[in-house]
Design a protein around this ligand. Structure first.
Ligand SMILES: [Fe+2]
Length: 158
């Protein structure tokens, strides 16, 4: 999805999620290109933190708002919830590991594949429906922005 095609009332909320998606994809690409273990580890830690905040933001604010807005989202949101659970499980595993451990690279790579799938489904199906159904996200966008800042600060403090 292209940011310029997002209507004004949905811009803040959807742009925030699109930016998160772009950032995660960039980090996975950087992981692939990483030269050594310490670089790998710092990229993996950052991507795990970003994804934890992203999934929490979607689960706390974005998904409930869509569920309330229209029943057309119900199946998509159920699937997203299941996918988030698998992603969170993998994130927890990666966070407990170090480069050089068995399956470390494989786990980060598979997490990247989950994320690609997540991005595609959200941007191609969910967000386009949000636009076509004209879901009002004006207030939610501001809430999401504020909550994201809070979660990032908390994550960086640990
Ligand atoms: Fe997302």
């Amino acid at each position: 999805m292209n940011k310029s095609s997002i209507p004004a009332g949905q811009k803040v909320a959807l742009s925030l999620l699109l930016d998160d998606h772009r950032k995660a994809k960039k980090l996975f690409k950087a992981f692939e290109d990483a030269k050594d273990d310490s670089e790998k580890e710092s990229i993996a830690r950052e991507v795990c933190m970003e994804l934890t905040v992203h999934t929490q933001l979607e689960e706390e604010l974005f998904y409930p708002a869509l569920r309330k807005a229209d029943e057309v989202f119900a199946d998509m949101l159920d699937e997203a919830e299941v996918e988030h659970a698998s992603a969170k499980d993998l994130i927890a595993q990666v966070e407990g590991m170090h480069p050089g451990d068995d399956l470390y690279d494989a786990k980060v790579t598979v997490l990247g594949e989950y994320v690609s799938h997540h991005v595609e489904e959200e941007e191609e199906e969910m967000f386009t429906k949000v636009v076509s159904k004209k879901v009002d996200l004006k207030e939610l966008g501001e809430q999401m922005k504020a909550r994201k800042e809070e979660l990032m600060q908390a994550a960086m403090a640990t």
